[in-house]
Design a binder for this molecule. Structure first.
Ligand code: HSE
Length: 290
């Protein structure tokens, strides 16, 4: 039996919503798998790293779920189409984890509850702000306690598009988290609560003029921007070209702009800000995956 799953890219944080907000985008990784004796991985485009079963998160998750059912994992033949660049802050690992869980539960004919989902997903990655929109689509606000994850899906205005600008260097989430301080001043916490709250209302009321201030952030971007050449300029050029919002995408290295029009102009301007720092980048104009 062949199982096919398609999971969207996600952009987390959206500025002020650090470790809280996540948005699914219309760029997908696809996984097609059937049982086999031994592990065989075809990856399109060709990717040496993902071809190694030791590195392939999808295979790891499927194997884990098989063994959790008390069965021996004999292998799998996986054909994966990887459209989402790896280690760029677009949730590529979350797609493999979500696809592995959906596949495992389909194969073992088990209903997938939230509890089951998180129990497995968190063994492989701790960030619900990528995992949830990859699973459920749309825009999600999430929080995780010791024993439960609470979340809510919020309508995201369809007229807003995401311009994602992907530089040609990888950035691991681990490194991007290692530069964050352990503690932050109270006024910075207040700064972000005010903006994250405003962001939600701005979406609901379609007050796109509020997004610029609502996406300001003092919790992660001021520290992470040392890892992104010309960070401020990329944001500046996005706004100068007509974006209504701009931020780092997840832990980076991709940069995100939200816009109502002028998508190509914004993408090209952001790419040129990167090239002024000697960095090659490309941009994509994406819708929200609902
Ligand atoms: N919210 C997380 C971070 C997302 O910014 O580190 C990582 O995928």
């Amino acid at each position: 039996k062949i199982v096919k799953v398609k999971v969207p890219a996600t952009t987390a944080n959206l500025g002020a919503g650090f470790d809280t907000f996540g948005l699914a985008l219309t760029l997908y990784n696809e996984f097609e798998v059937e049982e086999a004796d031994g592990v065989f991985i075809e990856s399109y485009p060709e990717n040496k790293f993902l071809k190694n079963p030791e590195n392939n998160l999808f295979i790891k998750v499927v194997k884990y779920l098989c063994e959790a059912e008390g069965k021996k994992f004999h292998g799998a033949k996986l054909k994966q189409t990887v459209n989402i660049p790896v280690a760029r802050g677009l949730g590529s690992s979350a797609t493999a984890i979500v696809a592995g869980i959906l596949t495992g539960f389909a194969v073992h004919k088990k209903p997938l509850t939230d509890e089951e989902f998180f129990k497995v997903a968190y063994l492989f990655e701790p960030h619900p702000d990528n995992l949830l929109p990859a699973w459920k689509g749309g825009f999600i606000t999430a929080l995780k306690t010791e024993d439960k994850t609470y979340y809510s899906k919020i309508d995201f205005p369809q007229e807003l598009k995401a311009v994602v600008v992907i530089p040609d260097f990888e950035l691991s989430t681990e490194l991007a988290r290692s530069v964050l301080p352990k503690e932050i001043p109270l006024k910075d916490a207040v700064f972000n609560i005010q903006r994250a709250s405003l962001f939600i209302r701005a979406l609901q009321e379609k007050r796109f003029d509020l997004l610029k201030v609502a996406m300001e952030d003092r919790l992660h971007q001021p520290y992470r921007k040392s890892l992104i050449p010309n960070f401020d300029k990329v944001i500046q050029y996005a706004y100068d070209s007509g974006a209504v919002g701009a931020s780092l995408s997840g832990a980076g290295s991709t940069m995100l702009a939200l816009a109502l029009d002028d998508f190509d102009k914004i993408g090209q301007a952001m790419v040129s800000a990167f090239s002024e720092a000697g960095i090659n980048a490309k941009y994509l104009v994406l819708d929200v995956d609902t």
